[in-house]
Design a binder for this molecule. Sequence first.
Ligand SMILES: C[S@@+](CC[C@H](N)C(=O)[O-])C[C@H]1O[C@@H](n2cnc3c(N)ncnc32)[C@H](O)[C@@H]1O
Length: 273
Amino acid sequence: MENKITLKTQSPSLILAQRLKKIKQRLTNCKSIEDGDITEIDSIIHMMESQERYLDECTSFESSDLSKLNKVTMQTDWNKIFLEKKSDVRLMTQMMSSKLSGQLLKMLVTMSGAKKILELGLFSGYSALAMAEGLPEGGKLISCEIDPYAAAFARSYLDSTSYGKKIQIRLGPALNLLDNFMVEGESFDFVFIDAKKTEYKKYITKIIANKLITKQSILCIDNVFMKGACFSKFEKQTKGSTEVKQMNQLLASEKFFTVMLPVRDGMTISKLR
Ligand SMILES: C[S@@+](CC[C@H](N)C(=O)[O-])C[C@H]1O[C@@H](n2cnc3c(N)ncnc32)[C@H](O)[C@@H]1O
């Protein structure tokens, strides 16, 4: 259980718990350290890790389709697939949404009554399936994915479930596909952004410029913490974290009604005002 959560998530608590474990190891060999200090460090690590486990435990169970997809994704050797040049993108099990994020997305889709969903970043199809499970009769989800291997992997699994027919996959770079949707006159009730981090702000501005959402539509964005780099100056700043930070500032402006949630690596929910 502990390994599963650590592997799949990048929440600040788990990142800090891992660091504290290393500090504890060094301090254990230090003569001046008192037993009470080590006990205190242990209790901090426990608090951080058990919060993550508790969030999962107290969230509704995932469907058997989701749980099977979770297992299949975890068991796939994505690195080997990349080294054998079968995938263009270096895919990783950690890319998959957690059970908590999946159930949050499903809850938001159900509560909003969204009928048409756009997803940027499909990977193995976990978040797409979770959202599709929340769609009403006749609902539809379009997911954009740049990697042909990931798209084929997800297609094959999704078609083995009763939700496959609700899910369309578009292959290509998300920014180009957002232009195609404008030409096709598409509009979406719910958008989940989880593709290339260095393009996050561009996704938002293009979605709005191409009139792909209305004031009723919900935007949901994953990885808004970028493993803490968005708010801690001690973390390595990357092109991705700089772009995500800029997007976070845009979503916090008066043009939007936004709530940022500390779910795993940060999840933002937003609407146009
Ligand atoms: C974090 S994963 C998506 C995980 C998935 N949403 C889930 O929760 O299970 C990001 C995916 O975006 C894809 N991707 C990366 N850059 C992209 C781009 N420019 N356009 C479309 N997809 C992209 C990657 O190939 C990868 O499959």
